[in-house]
Design a binder for this molecule. Structure first.
Ligand code: NDP
Length: 323
């Protein structure tokens, strides 16, 4: 037998149960992976609480992990037993052992330990597509980043500031503002009560060409008010709840705005693109442009406590679960 965190019904952190599970067998095209570290991401909360639908129950949630290949399924030639790999975006990570399609893992460069890979793979690839493809951030541009001291947030601050952008980071406390600044944010705003006015002051009335909003319901409308005419609203998460339906004409009234609701799965669907993005990510880590801020580590068996901390806004940077 092996061990995994499973849920039998959606709900609060208490539905996460540490249970005995059979050792899975890799099928054709799959590998058996022994996790050395599992990444905690906000999407895990959405699957746990039912906002995102699971294919069946009981289920093992979690989207990100790193470890060692233990066995190969039929037809796998791209990997060998003992390879160190990581992945992002494949449900079933909260387990000591899992099977995964060989096509969805990336071999880790020497020097990247599993804990770091599990911390930054999903959030780093997200930061990658957000600032290179959803909107290609340009030197001298001012951009607005919500939850700037969070997992994705700190990586966005690091990478966008390296590209020459002036990052305005939105956070909920002075301590989080310090973290965002240390990661490269030129300005921080604590709280959203006067957000549009604050952005107006910082930008001399210009407002910003792009807002990266992962908070969702609570910040959607005020984020639109922070955009310059023809600006792009990137609504990429729901940590405060999903954005309710809105009148499309709002976008014209607020300055012919653009909007997108992207997901990592779309941007990494093609294997060659996925490989290139991962190579860019690890090159950025090697060059010191990006670094993991693993500010919380929990035993995997205590995933419930990790979820409570994440939802309670008590975490900063990345959180890793150790099997
Ligand atoms: P974070 O570490 O950013 O944690 C969430 C943060 O959101 C909190 O720390 C908090 O920061 C802020 N927040 C604001 N309002 C709330 C609220 N009501 N409840 C809880 N948190 C709140 O998480 P991740 O880095 O894992 O993910 C960030 C966001 O990005 C999530 O929404 C996630 O779904 C999204 N995401 C989207 C992807 C995509 O491809 N679309 C891929 C990866 C992540 P503060 O206290 O400073 O306000």
């Amino acid at each position: 037998m092996s061990k995994a965190i499973r849920i039998h019904a959606t709900g609060g952190p208490e539905v996460l149960r540490w249970e005995n599970v059979p050792v899975p067998e890799p099928g054709p095209g799959e590998v058996l992976l022994r996790h050395e570290a599992v990444g905690l991401n906000y999407i895990d909360v959405y699957f746990r609480n039912g906002l995102y639908k699971l294919p069946n129950l009981p289920a093992v949630i979690g989207q990100e992990g790193a470890g060692v290949v233990e066995a190969l399924g039929e037809g796998v030639t791209s990997l060998k037993v003992g390879d160190r790999v990581a992945y992002a975006g494949s449900l079933g990570a909260y387990a000591m052992l899992r099977v995964i399609t060989a096509d969805r893992v990336i071999k880790l460069p020497d020097g990247v330990i599993s804990k770091v890979a599990a911390a930054i793979m999903l959030q780093g690839l997200t930061a990658h597509y957000l600032i290179h493809r959803t909107h290609a951030v340009k030197p001298g541009e001012t951009i607005l980043v919500h939850a700037a001291a969070g997992g994705v947030g700190l990586l966005l601050c690091q990478w966008a500031s390296h590209l020459g952008a002036r990052v305005i980071g939105v956070v909920s406390s002075a301590a989080k503002a310090d973290l965002a600044k240390a990661a490269g944010a030129a300005h921080t705003i604590v709280g959203t009560a006067t957000l549009a006015a604050d952005v107006k002051r910082i930008t001399g009335g210009e407002m910003v060409p792009v807002v990266y909003d992962s908070v969702g319901r609570d910040t959607f409308l005020v984020s639109l008010d922070c955009l310059a005419p023809l600006g792009l609203m990137v609504s990429f998460g729901n940590s405060s709840g999903p954005v309710p339906p809105f009148e499309l004409s709002l976008l014209s009234a607020k300055g012919s705005l653009f909007i997108t609701r992207p997901s990592l799965a779309t941007y990494t669907a093609k294997r060659p693109v996925f490989e290139k993005m991962a190579a860019d990510l690890f090159a950025a880590v090697a060059a010191g442009v990006l670094h993991a801020s693993i500010n919380q580590t929990f035993p995997l068996s205590e995933a419930a406590a990790a979820h409570a901390a994440l939802e309670g806004r008590h975490t900063t940077g990345q959180t890793v679960l150790i099997p």
